[in-house]
Write a protein that binds this ligand. Structure first.
Ligand code: MG
Length: 243
């Protein structure tokens, strides 16, 4: 049995309640970008897969699993702006401020991550959000010091579904990728884990996540409280049992 070296988490929909955080944040960002023009607001929402009437997202929304480069250029064109890096930076800044205001983590996150740390595992974050926003989120949640590795789409490893972030974490943990678990709520997370040779755990906290993940993951759990038992079934653990 392989001894587990580290657990790499996706952020949105895995640690953070996606709709509770990004629903109101997206309403604010689109409100600012559209300057209060209802027609523009609706066009931006449609392109981003955001449903203003419910405050939720379509399953195919690029905001769910994608990075800014997958939706900001289309927004720029709708607004008559240049779809350049400056526009993407502006979107990232607006989202950073708005998401911090509405940041909502799941209740199981802090206790489970504490248990993994105590067991001697390396803890990492691999997100298609920007690294600076990811660090701000972890800091606001009081979790940043538990994470020895934080990678965003702009950290130099590439974004998911490419394997770079997972391979980078394995190198950071000084372990082979088979000794790494990647856990996330979208097919991007599972594909990145697979491509790197890591164990892929899906987390289906919502029916939308369950539908998107399908049977792609090695194992799918519904909350992080199920994680220690799953790890114990598939890996030897480095030191003490996970609480
Ligand atoms: Mg996610």
């Amino acid at each position: 049995m392989t001894t587990l070296a580290g657990v790499l988490f996706d952020k949105d929909g895995t640690l953070l309640d996606f709709d509770a955080t990004w629903g109101p944040a997206t309403r604010e960002v689109l409100g600012t970008l559209s300057g209060g023009d209802e027609r523009l607001f609706r066009a931006l929402a449609e392109t981003g897969g955001y449903v203003p009437d419910t405050g939720s997202f379509r399953p195919d929304s690029p905001i769910i699993g994608g990075d800014t480069t997958e939706f900001a250029p289309a927004w720029a064109l709708i607004l008559g702006s240049r779809p350049d890096e400056a526009f993407a930076d502006r979107v990232n800044r607006l989202y950073r401020a708005a998401s911090l205001t509405h940041l909502t983590a799941y209740d199981d996150v802090a206790p489970i991550i504490d248990g993994l740390c105590d067991a001697g595992l390396a803890i990492g974050l691999a997100t298609n959000d920007s690294e600076v926003t990811a660090r701000a989120h972890l800091e606001a949640l009081g979790l940043l010091d538990r994470f020895s590795y934080v990678a965003g789409y702009d950290s130099g490893w590439g974004g998911k579904p490419a394997p770079g972030m997972v391979a980078g974490f394995a190198a950071h943990a000084n372990a082979p990728t088979e000794a790494i678990v990647m856990i996330g709520d979208s097919p991007h997370d599972i594909a990145a884990a697979r491509a790197a040779g890591a164990f892929a755990i899906g987390i289906a906290r919502t029916p939308r996540a369950a539908a998107n993940l399908g049977d792609l993951p090695d194992v799918t759990i519904r909350s992080l409280t199920e994680l220690p038992a799953v790890l114990g079934r598939h890996f030897a653990l480095p030191s003490r049992p996970i609480a």
